[in-house]
Ligand binder design. Structure first.
Ligand code: SAM
Length: 366
C-alpha cells in the first residue's frame, strides 16, 4: 500500500518507499513537505544561519573523479596553491568579521608535506583568533593518524562527501582503481567519527545513472551512520570531465534543483538537529537557490573568502557562482539574501551541530 504524503509526514520513521514518495511529491504534497521541514527547522534549530568562511586553498588533486572540474586529468585549468600567508590572511578576515568558523577545502593529496602543513596552519589559525575560530576541514581521504593529528591541532569538523552510497553508482562516476575505493571512503568517515570530529557527508543529486531509490538509500545511510552534518547539492556538468558525455540523459537543471530541495527537506525531518549546508551549487542553477534551501531546512552557509584571483580555477562545475566577487561583496550579498529567507545570520558563534552534542552526551552516559 502506498501512503499519502500527508500520512507519511505524520510518521516518526520513514521507510525507503516513504522517502521515494516524498522525493516525488508535486503540487500540494510538495508544499506540505516543505512546510513540515521548515517547522522542524524552526523548532529544533531556530530561524538561524551560521557562516563558514570557505577557503578553497588549492585545486591540486591526485584523484580523477569523473564529474569534477579539478580532477587530475583536466589540463584546461591553472593549478594553484595559496601560500600560508594568503590562507592566514583569509582566516584573519573571517575572524575580524566575526564569522564563527572557517572551512578549509582543497583537492585531495596525501603526503607528509600536506599533513605537516595543514597541522601547522591549524595551530596558526587558532593562535591568530585566540582559539575562537571554529575550523572545518574538507581535504578528502587520509589515514586515521593524519585525521587525529589535525583534530589535536584544532580542527573539530570534517566534511567528506560519500558522493553516492550505491556502490554500483559510485563505480560509474569514479575510475575503477584503488585511489577511488568506495570502502576506503566509508572507512575514512568511520575514522573521523571515532576520533571525535563532528562528521559530515553528502551526495550529488541528479547524477547520470542515479535513481530515486539511490537517493532514498543515501538518506537512509546518513541516518544509519548518524551523521552530524550534511552538505549535498545538485550535480552540475563540467565540460572538461568524462561525465559530460551523459549530459543528454540528465534531468533538467530545474528538476535537479527541486530534487535537492526535497532531499534537504526530507533529511531535516529525519535528522532534526544536524547542520545542513545550503550548497553553493544551488546558486549555479537558481540565483536565490541557497536562500530557498535555508527556508526549508538548511542552516549553514559558506561565503567564499578565497582570494578573488584564484576562484576561477576552483571550478568544480560550469557556471560556478561568485567567482568574480570580492570577499566583502560575498558577505554583504549573502546577508541581504538571508534576510529575504526571514533568517538571521549569527555572528561570533561556532554554530556546532546540536546533534553532535547530544550524540556525545549519550555515548558518555552509556
Ligand atoms: N576532495 C575533497 C573531498 O572529496 O572531500 C574536497 C574537494 S571536492 C572538489 C568537493 C566536492 O565538490 C565533492 O565532494 C563533490 O561532491 C563536489 N563536486 C565536484 N564536482 C562536482 C560537480 N560537477 N557538480 C556538483 N558538485 C561537484
Amino acid at each position: 500500500m502506498t501512503l499519502k504524503v500527508r500520512e507519511i509526514l505524520e510518521k516518526e520513521i520513514f521507510t525507503r518507499n516513504d522517502i521515494i514518495s516524498l522525493l516525488q511529491s508535486e503540487g500540494e504534497d510538495r508544499t506540505l513537505l516543505f512546510k513540515k521541514s521548515a517547522e522542524v527547522k524552526e523548532k529544533y534549530i531556530g530561524n538561524k544561519v551560521w557562516f563558514r568562511g570557505l577557503i578553497e586553498f588549492s585545486n591540486i588533486c591526485s584523484k580523477d573523479c569523473l564529474y569534477c572540474g579539478i580532477r587530475k586529468g583536466n589540463t584546461n585549468l591553472t593549478r594553484y596553491n595559496l601560500s600560508d600567508e594568503e590562507i592566514l590572511t583569509a582566516a584573519r578576515f573571517a575572524y575580524d568579521n566575526h564569522y564563527g568558523s572557517i572551512a578549509l577545502q582543497s583537492g585531495e593529496l596525501e603526503s607528509k608535506f600536506v599533513t605537516d602543513r595543514i597541522e601547522n596552519l591549524l595551530h596558526k589559525i587558532k593562535d591568530l583568533s585566540d582559539g575562537e575560530l571554529g575550523i572545518t576541514l574538507s581535504v578528502g581521504e587520509q589515514e586515521p593518524d593524519v585525521y587525529k593529528r589535525w583534530y589535536d591541532a584544532g580542527a573539530h569538523r570534517y566534511l567528506l562527501r560519500v558522493e553516492a552510497t550505491n556502490q554500483s553508482l559510485y563505480k560509474k562516476i569514479h575510475p575503477e582503481d584503488s585511489r577511488h575505493d568506495f570502502y576506503r571512503r566509508l572507512s575514512c568517515l568511520k575514522s573521523l567519527k571515532d576520533i571525535g570530529y563532528q562528521t559530515g557527508t553528502g551526495v550529488m543529486i541528479g547524477l547520470p545513472f542515479q535513481t530515486m531509490d539511490d537517493l532514498a538509500g543515501d538518506l537512509l545511510f546518513m541516518n544509519d551512520f548518524n551523521i552530524d552534518m550534511c552538505g549535498m547539492g545538485p550535480y552540475i556538468e563540467h565540460v572538461d570531465t568524462p561525465l559530460i558525455a551523459y549530459s543528454g540523459e540528465l534531468m533538467s537543471p530545474g528538476d535537479r534543483f527541486d530534487l535537492t530541495l526535497k532531499m534537504i527537506a526530507v533529511l531535516r525531518i529525519m535528522m532534526k538537529d544536524i547542520n545542513i549546508v545550503a550548497a553553493t551549487a544551488l546558486q549555479a542553477i537558481d540565483a536565490i537557490g541557497r536562500e530557498k534551501a535555508v527556508k526549508i531546512g538548511a542552516n549553514i552557509l559558506m561565503p567564499n573568502i578565497t582570494p578573488g584571483k584564484y576562484r576561477d580555477n576552483y571550478k568544480l562545475y560550469d557556471n560556478k557562482p561568485c567567482t568574480d566577487d570580492s570577499t566583502e561583496d560575498c558577505q554583504s550579498c549573502l546577508e541581504a539574501r538571508i534576510s529575504l529567507a526571514d533568517a538571521e545570520v549569527i555572528y561570533g558563534e561556532w554554530g556546532d551541530s546540536k546533534h553532535y552534542d547530544l550524540r556525545r552526551r549519550l555515548s558518555a552516559e552509556n
